[in-house]
Design a protein around this ligand. Sequence first.
Ligand SMILES: Nc1nc2c(ncn2[C@@H]2O[C@H](COP(=O)(O)OP(=O)(O)OP(=O)(O)O)[C@@H](O)[C@H]2O)c(=O)[nH]1
Ligand SMILES: [Mg+2]
Length: 365
Amino acid sequence: MSSRPVASLEIGIIGLPNCGKTTIFNALTGAGVVVQPFAATEVSVNTGVAQVPDARMAPLATVEDSQRLVPPTVQLVDVAGLQRGAGRDGGLSGEFLQALRAADALIHVVRTFEDDAVFHVDGRIDPAADAEGVDLELLFADGALVTKRLERLERAVKVGQKEAKAEADLLAELGVVLDAGSPARDFAKFKTLPLEVQSDLLTAKPMMYVANTSESGDPEAVAALQTYAGSAEVVGVAGRFESDLAEIEDPEERSLFLAEIGQEEPSAPRVAAAAFRMLELITFFTAGPKDVWAWTIRQGSNAVEAGGKIHTDIARGFIRAEVINWQDLVNAGSRAEATKLGQLRVEGKDYIVQDGDVLNVRFNV
Ligand SMILES: Nc1nc2c(ncn2[C@@H]2O[C@H](COP(=O)(O)OP(=O)(O)OP(=O)(O)O)[C@@H](O)[C@H]2O)c(=O)[nH]1
Ligand SMILES: [Mg+2]
């Protein structure tokens, strides 16, 4: 029996204190972590696994007569609020930095909901200014990292070590970019930085915004945040409403509850789709009488890499892959019918897997 691997993708949730990070975390994971009415200052890290529902799985299960759906999962890490000024002079706490540096991407939660009963650090609702404040702290934290690393290289540079000199020059250039207010991901020579620096820089991580909205959706405030965010994605989630929703077990009651705010389904799939776009991930499926699995891989992965996602043996002993687009398979109604229609293709190692492919990998170990 193969067992489901632990979610390999990790997304950190950041934002101002009390903006609703834990509430959004609960909405996406259904974890039910207790939220506090006041900004908590102590560092604490909640970790939970969010299932990423995919509407293509159910029709596939019908065709294949599968018993079970196994959606992909994402590990979400909810940290304490980022206090203004905390990133200056390397002031972010070790636990906080460690949790965020390990993340593959960041979800930046910004409050747009109005509620006098919920304390705001600045006593007003201004999503663009809030987002900018937190983004600045990330820039400061990265600036501090660069400074620290330059200090450590200083001796080696003085005694004329070429490698140290080359890295120091590169870091100095990065420092100029950060000082100008641009994120490290915009640094043209980013890929030539040492790998550990690349992965530690917070402003290099792909980032999207979640507007934590009132039940009305706060269209104006969300639009203002989108203007600030530029090409980064903004997804609105009515945080408190959806975290309450996550606690309702009965499907019918859930639908009724959702209909109250004119939504057909919870926000998790929309957030997940945006996260997958920012991470340039695609989904492929494996389907059989036991279950339908959805797997996420980097765009541009080949059939062997996709097979390796399922099991290392499959990559090692890869022979060939039978491939069909999920919609073609559903339309045909069965593999046999799809084969008759010539839609089931046999592909080799170099085949670049496409979003929505259903794969059947032949292997031999
Ligand atoms: N009205 C309203 N209140 C919300 C919403 N989301 C969160 N809150 C409230 O805001 C307060 C803070 O929410 P949390 O989720 O704990 O915020 P946080 O960002 O995790 O806070 P820290 O971890 O302390 O920085 C709680 O009282 C929540 O109930 C929302 O969408 N609407
Ligand atoms: Mg919290």
